[in-house]
Write a protein that binds this ligand. Structure first.
Ligand code: FES
Length: 160
């Protein structure tokens, strides 16, 4: 398993910042996922070996965090919050709108591999509800019309 030089530099630096190898597990998984697209069996085995953990230890952590995935996702992972603050301000409507626009449901991916969709719990942007997260970016105070623009921008980005 070969990661990029950038990954290796970050990994080596992180090991010096924490008292135990296990402490770097979550950030290492995130960096690996950003590089590979998802946490494949090969990635899990590699990281478990490096951190002296069992693959089961690693899988248990992955299953806890919704931002980590063992399955390929679209290039843009759209997470729509339908928790209470967003729910009260149109989160459900946004999710339905997203489903129609993308033609896919919860945990689905568009046939072109561009977008994945997920309904999620609170993403910590309650003051600006309703909110969505696309990869690492937040989009807040959304309406269906504003959401269309956000998704269209990502589509445009993918062709640049
Ligand atoms: S409830 Fe949606 S961001 Fe908190």
């Amino acid at each position: 398993m070969k990661f990029s030089d950038q990954f290796e530099t970050r990994f080596a630096q992180m090991l010096t910042h924490y008292p135990t190898k296990r402490s770097v597990l979550v950030p290492t998984l995130l960096f690996a996922q950003d590089e590979v697209g998802f946490l494949s069996d090969e990635v899990i085995a590699e990281i478990a070996g490096r951190l002296e953990l069992t693959e089961l230890d690693v899988r248990n952590v992955i299953s806890y965090y919704s931002m980590l995935t063992t399955k390929p996702r679209g290039k843009f992972n759209v997470q729509v919050c339908t928790n209470i603050a967003c729910l009260l301000r149109g989160g459900e409507e946004l999710l339905e709108h997203c489903k129609k626009k993308l033609g896919t449901g919860h945990k689905g991916t568009t046939p072109d591999g561009l977008f994945s969709l997920e309904e999620v719990e609170c993403i910590g942007a309650c003051s600006w509800a309703p909110a969505i997260q696309v990869n690492y970016d937040f989009h807040e105070n959304l309406t269906p019309g504003a959401l269309d623009k956000v998704l269209d921008e990502y589509k445009k980005k993918s062709t640049q």
